[in-house]
Write a protein that binds this ligand. Structure first.
Ligand SMILES: Cc1ncc(C[n+]2csc(CCOP(=O)(O)OP(=O)(O)O)c2C)c(N)n1
Ligand code: SF4
Ligand SMILES: [Mg+2]
Length: 224
């Protein structure tokens, strides 16, 4: 397992932190051979060769049904879906919702950077009120979307739903391990990670960290 991810992501992006953390857990637990990860499109697609596990591209908004299909065909596999907030909570919400409702034993990792990053920073369901985006240059005025909190209403009591952030890598590791254990016990798990996107947030250095801390004031981290 390398200590770095090939430089496809922008400098300062949160995705590599998540991928390195997941890769270390899989290696430590000797799960790399069982693990398979689908990528939803969005900046997740850049992870195609990031880890020494089976990884493939799916379709924007379709990673959840693809991975639950894989899991049904190969019940002994450990299935991950890596998706952005747009893929999970807009175009892919229907299938994500029903997967939680049916308690499908897969793990969905939602990288919440509050925008459609890959396509240039458009407004997403997770965009915060007053946040300036490509499509709302004067500030977004709509509602805010709380994915894990909404899913809690329909998910099985043993499903694992949690939110963390890329400025807390140790916490990401703890939560990913619990999500994996939940899948192994036969239940649905989702880890939402508030993730740096300095390119679309138009931030550098400390301003990127401050941005995540501001997000945490709205999107409460912790188990849900
Ligand atoms: C069916 C379909 N609709 C739209 C697109 C264009 N598209 C590709 S990525 C993307 C947005 C990605 O945003 P998000 O899911 O939040 O991922 P991020 O890039 O922010 O990590 C869109 C709209 C597409 N590829 N397929
Ligand atoms: S656009 Fe944002 S999410 Fe995509 S690679 Fe760059 S920093 Fe990461
Ligand atoms: Mg996004």
């Amino acid at each position: 397992m390398p200590d770095f991810i090939p430089a496809k992501f922008c400098v300062g992006c949160g995705y590599p932190i998540i991928l390195i953390t997941l890769g270390r857990i899989l290696e430590q637990k000797q799960l790399s051979k069982k693990a398979v990860m689908g990528l939803d499109i969005g900046c997740s697609l850049l992870a195609i060769d990031a880890l020494p596990i089976n990884i493939f591209h799916t379709h924007h908004g379709r990673v959840t049904p693809t991975m639950l299909g894989f899991k049904r065909a190969r019940p002994n596999s450990l299935c991950f879906g890596l998706t952005g907030d747009g893929g999970a909570y807009a175009i892919g919400w229907q299938s994500l919702f029903h997967s939680a409702l049916r308690d499908e034993p897969i793990t969905v990792i939602v990288v919440n950077n509050t925008v459609y990053a890959m396509t240039g920073g458009q407004t997403a369901p997770t965009t915060l009120p007053r946040q300036k985006t490509d499509t709302n240059p004067n500030g977004y005025e709509g509602a805010t979307f709380f994915g894990p909190e909404l899913l809690r209403h329909v998910a099985h009591k043993d499903a694992y739903l949690v939110r963390t952030a890329t400025n807390s890598p140790k916490e990401i590791a703890v939560y990913l391990e619990k999500a994996i254990a939940t899948q192994q016990a036969g239940h649905f798990s989702l880890v939402e990670i508030l993730s740096f996107c300095p390119t679309n947030w138009k931030t550098i250095g400390k301003a990127t960290m401050d941005y995540v801390e501001d997000l945490k004031k709205v999107y409460k981290v912790g188990e849900i």
